[in-house]
Design a protein around this ligand. Structure first.
Ligand code: GTP
Ligand code: MG
Length: 173
């Protein structure tokens, strides 16, 4: 099975704690489809975790989203998106361009996410308290529908239906 098939021109929003596998999932799509705050923070500062660069990274992300959505091109947002106001901004952007919005919800149990995070290269491991805080903020599928997502795909269901082994994580090399 290939990646989840997205409606043409859709905005696909990944929602998950650090270490839950978002970038690994996103790597199944063409790199031009992927927008990733970590990458833009790294391009701005050499350090992808440097939160001081989040405003500039968000500006780059939004420019790219407008460029793609206005042309009817699919975009996959590879960031945590656990805060409702962040999702609201993305939903508003998709609605402005009249594009369908899909969420992929990384609803894995906390121990699984902690283990995946701990297994990463040392410089990619996110502090445990941040992983836990983000995991606690995860919405459920009903909430995402309620917010306005046209389709919601829990990753637990995608994995249960036989997704192939995943490559190692790449954000946007
Ligand atoms: P952040 O960018 O920090 O928010 O994390 P992320 O959600 O993008 O996670 P990422 O894709 O970087 O995956 C974290 C670790 O989990 C990596 O070492 C992946 O190789 C591993 N991983 C991702 N998906 C799976 C999976 O389905 N199964 C297993 N066993 N490992 C996975
Ligand atoms: Mg990532």
């Amino acid at each position: 099975m290939g990646p989840l098939t997205l409606p043409a021109g859709a905005l696909c929003v990944l929602v998950g704690a650090p270490g839950s596998g978002k970038s690994t999932f996103a790597a199944r799509y063409p790199d031009t489809w992927r927008v990733c705050l970590d990458s833009y923070r790294r391009m701005a500062t050499d350090v992808e975790a440097d939160q001081s660069a989040t405003p500039v990274a968000a500006e780059i992300q939004n420019l790219l989203l407008d460029a793609r959505l206005s042309r009817g091109l699919t975009a996959v947002v590879d960031s945590t998106n656990v805060f409702p106001h962040v999702r609201a901004g993305l939903l508003a952007r998709a609605r402005y361009w009249q594009r369908p919005v899909t969420a992929v919800l990384f609803d894995l149990p906390l121990p699984t996410v902690e283990a995946q995070n701990a297994d990463r290269d040392r410089d990619r491991v996110v502090p445990l308290h941040i992983v836990r805080e983000h995991h606690q903020l995860l919405p459920d599928a009903d909430q995402l529908h309620h917010e306005g997502f046209d389709a919601v795909h829990p990753i637990s269901e995608l994995l249960a239906t036989g997704t192939p082994p995943l490559p190692r994580s790449t954000c946007m090399p």
